[in-house]
Design a protein around this ligand. Structure first.
Ligand SMILES: [Zn+2]
Length: 168
């Protein structure tokens, strides 16, 4: 992903936060989805499709979420699908934009973009920096920071690494 595209995605996420007047964690992606006119449905994913975390059906404006995933993962899935929605990605031949658990081969560009959008929406740089300013001990505890933002520890560690904020 080139720098210009990254900036576009960062801007898209921060505009949504601004419009929803969200200034501190956690970021309520469930509310953002509803405000965007999307509905959220929790489903067991069909047999053989158990690796699917969720998908966006753009024809009906529905985000389907794998009910068997953890709450942190479901939250990230919704943020990821919101990425497809707000970045106006074209769906696949079935009219869907899926999020898979397993990483097979090279991730498609739009999947990377949706992940980057999700990270920026759920863990905005300024919001993380502000939390660390207020509670300096959080920088050495990605677990606590993650729970404040309603994300998994792995997702938070990855984000901190990308922002050069991981203290070791
Ligand atoms: Zn996706």
């Amino acid at each position: 992903m080139d720098k210009a595209r990254m900036l576009d995605i960062e801007k898209a996420a921060s505009n949504i936060l601004k419009n929803n007047e969200i200034v501190k964690p956690f970021v309520n992606v469930f509310q953002i989805a509803r405000d965007a006119g999307l509905s959220i449905e929790y489903r067991k994913m069909p047999q053989g499709d158990k690796d699917v975390s969720g998908f966006l059906d753009s024809s009906t404006g529905t985000i389907y979420v794998n009910v068997e995933n953890s709450i942190a993962r479901r939250t990230f899935t919704i943020a990821h699908e919101l990425g497809h929605f707000f970045l106006k990605h074209q769906p696949d031949e079935y009219g869907l934009l899926r999020r898979n658990n397993t990483y097979t081969g090279i991730k498609e560009q739009k999947e990377k973009e949706a992940d980057y959008f999700a990270a920026n929406l759920l863990m905005p740089e300024e919001m993380i920096k502000n939390e660390i300013r207020l509670y300096p001990f959080l920088q050495s505890s990605p677990e606590l920071l993650a729970s404040k933002f309603g994300v998994s520890t792995v997702a938070m560690e990855y984000r901190l690494l990308n922002l050069n904020l991981l203290s070791r």
